[in-house]
Design a protein around this ligand. Sequence first.
Ligand SMILES: NC(=O)c1ccc[n+]([C@@H]2O[C@H](COP(=O)([O-])OP(=O)(O)OC[C@H]3O[C@@H](n4cnc5c(N)ncnc54)[C@H](OP(=O)(O)O)[C@@H]3O)[C@@H](O)[C@H]2O)c1
Length: 253
Amino acid sequence: MKPSGNTILITGGAAGIGFAFAERFLAAGNEVIICGRRADALAQAVQKHPSLHTRVCDVADPAARTALVKWVLEAFPSLNILVNNAGMQQRFHVLKAKEAWEAYHQEIAANFDAPIHLTLLLAEHLARQASSAIINVTSGLALTPAAFAPVYSATKAGLRSFTLSLRHQLEKSGVEVIEVLPPAVNTNLGGPGLHTTGEPLDAFADGVFAGLARQEKEIGYGSSQARLRASRDELDNGTAQIWAGFMKGNPNF
Ligand SMILES: NC(=O)c1ccc[n+]([C@@H]2O[C@H](COP(=O)([O-])OP(=O)(O)OC[C@H]3O[C@@H](n4cnc5c(N)ncnc54)[C@H](OP(=O)(O)O)[C@@H]3O)[C@@H](O)[C@H]2O)c1
């Protein structure tokens, strides 16, 4: 993708990884639109970067996704990049979860349904642009599931699979399909304090933008970069280690 002159929609762009990406896209000379559920977080983002465009939208809601696309195409007909970034993570044990289906279903809707639906809604439009891309933010956990977050890990593996298919389907259309697989990054994912031992956000985002500049199609960072080329035995071992490490710190999970 070209580094500047794009019109970019980032879901979940007011905080964490999405905001770090928004800042870098703005600095490189792009028009950036961000959306999220919290109007106050969007307003804070605009206070810091007045040129940002914002829209309140819960991407877990299919009607809200359709309304978002209608609005964005009317207001920004030059839209040529979709960044499917919004996501949530819940940690739970399946033996203690039978009452909370709606909460887990929200996780599937935000992490999996939303990027697929937005892709379907925007693919034709993107294919008509001279240069365009879809950037899906999955996770290193798409490769080594974190058993403490079983639905989250499954949504990310599912989105990775969809992304691989999409790249083949869109090859001749000119729409680039890029996957970003963050390792643990220090954001508020899952709630404040759960990812504080992750990679520093700015270093991670700079690493991703270096990958974009190299025209990479699958962009990992640190441990997730290594996992992209790991053997099946290494991946299985990684999954077991994540679970064992978690249970050591959370014996009553
Ligand atoms: N941090 C990590 O360790 C890590 C690792 C691997 C992958 N990732 C992925 O990176 C992406 C960004 O996560 P993050 O770490 O930046 O987490 P974050 O700090 O919690 O930010 C998540 C963003 O997504 C938005 N969002 C969540 N649910 C939404 C919904 N239903 N509709 C619209 N917006 C929604 C949030 O805004 P509102 O709350 O205002 O809606 C927020 O802006 C996610 O897809 C996550 O799975 C993160």
